[in-house]
Design a protein around this ligand. Structure first.
Ligand code: NDP
Length: 330
């Protein structure tokens, strides 16, 4: 039987406008990068996705790469969409990305028209939908002209395969160029997806936050918990099943004495506010109006429930922000 979503799912979150667009996104969006693939039970993945939707999370972020293996996360989402959420497709903002390598072929990577549009067709098939809501160029490919990459994004919209377009991991200079090219083509840039957290301030330092405000695109920030490092889970070691135990993207050697000191100090600031470090870290990224939504991952429904409570706390004060800077910047 298909899922019956919570009737009060739209009473819980205050949706935030993506830049100058007309699109509202939830403050937290759900990403399927890790632990969504063939290496974890389908039922657990399904339970987390449906729980997210019940909590008011309408936006689910994917990419052709996500798995393992590549493409598997979208296939999992496709099954859930077909079996449980088919009646709610209009209430979902589905995104996918292309351009990061997913195989040895020259057409399975980069920013060419061939690579991006072929990937999009495969993603639509995997997701079981005729369009995505947001189609991203996953990263800047300096060997391909921005005209070609942007042309592929525009074609995706013109072909009805995407409603909006975005870019991810672009530095401000090419991002500004993309925004100008897209504007000229009549397909404004909806969003940029950078990494941003208490531990990673690059979007503040390199001017991306300012560019987003100036150009009117939203920021969909990823890894706001630094993949779990900005929670209390690694304060006393690496717990079984945690990402740092079995991911190519988070190695246990980052959990050293320096990390533990910084995390413990941040944990204390959070405790003094009556919240957890995860809740503090999530509130911290959402304090910026340029940030439309924080893209979070979760390996349990408990993590989702816990993290969404970040929205219940009073804003961070100037003193708290300085203390966070003292311990979070390195
Ligand atoms: P987070 O920083 O939110 O890390 C999420 C992970 O932290 C969870 O999977 C879980 O890992 C752990 N966690 C979450 N909540 C808690 C908690 N309360 N207590 C303890 N541990 C917790 O984000 P991700 O790094 O997962 O990235 C989110 C999304 O962003 C991705 O799924 C993807 O959609 C997008 N992204 C985009 C990229 C791009 O290049 N555009 C690159 C990377 C991500 P566990 O329990 O497994 O240890």
């Amino acid at each position: 039987m298909s899922h019956v979503p919570a009737a009060d799912r739209y009473d819980k979150l205050q949706y935030r406008r993506a830049g100058a667009s007309g699109l509202d996104l939830p403050p937290f969006s759900f990403g399927l990068w890790q632990k969504f693939g063939t290496d974890h039970p389908y039922d657990t993945q399904r339970e987390i996705l449906l729980h997210a939707f019940d909590l008011g999370i309408t936006h689910f972020d994917n990419a052709d790469r996500y798995g393992p293996p590549h493409r598997a996360a979208q296939q999992v989402f496709g099954q859930v969409l077909k079996r449980d959420l088919a009646a709610y497709r209009d209430e979902l903002i589905l995104s996918t990305k292309a351009g990061n390598p997913i195989g040895p072929s020259p057409y399975l990577k980069g920013g060419s028209r061939k690579s991006l549009l072929t990937s999009l067709d495969n993603s639509l098939r995997d997701l079981g939908t005729d369009h995505v809501d947001i189609f991203y160029s996953h990263r800047h490919d300096p060997t391909t002209s921005l005209e070609e990459t942007v042309g592929a994004l525009v074609s995706a919209v013109q072909q009805g395969k995407a409603l909006y377009v975005g870019i991810s991991n672009y530095t401000p200079e090419p991002a500004a160029e993309v925004a100008a090219l897209l504007r000229r083509a009549g397909v404004p840039l909806l969003a940029h997806q950078p990494r941003y957290s208490i531990f990673d301030r690059r979007p503040e330092r390199d001017g991306l936050l300012k560019l987003a405000a100036d150009q009117g695109f939203g920021l969909v920030v990823y890894s706001p918990l630094a993949q779990g490092l900005l929670t209390d889970k690694y304060l006393d070691g690496v717990p079984a099943g945690a990402r740092a135990q079995n991911s190519a993207f988070l190695k246990p050697d980052v959990i050293d004495d320096t990390y533990r000191q910084r995390a413990a100090a941040l944990n204390k600031i959070a405790a003094d506010r009556g919240q957890s470090l995860a809740q503090l870290a999530l509130q911290w990224v959402l304090r910026r109006p340029e940030v439309t939504t924080a893209l979070i991952g979760a390996s349990s429904t408990w993590q989702l429930d816990h993290n969404l409570k970040a929205l219940d706390f009073p804003p961070l004060t100037a003193d708290e922000l300085s203390l966070i800077d003292e311990h979070g910047v390195h």
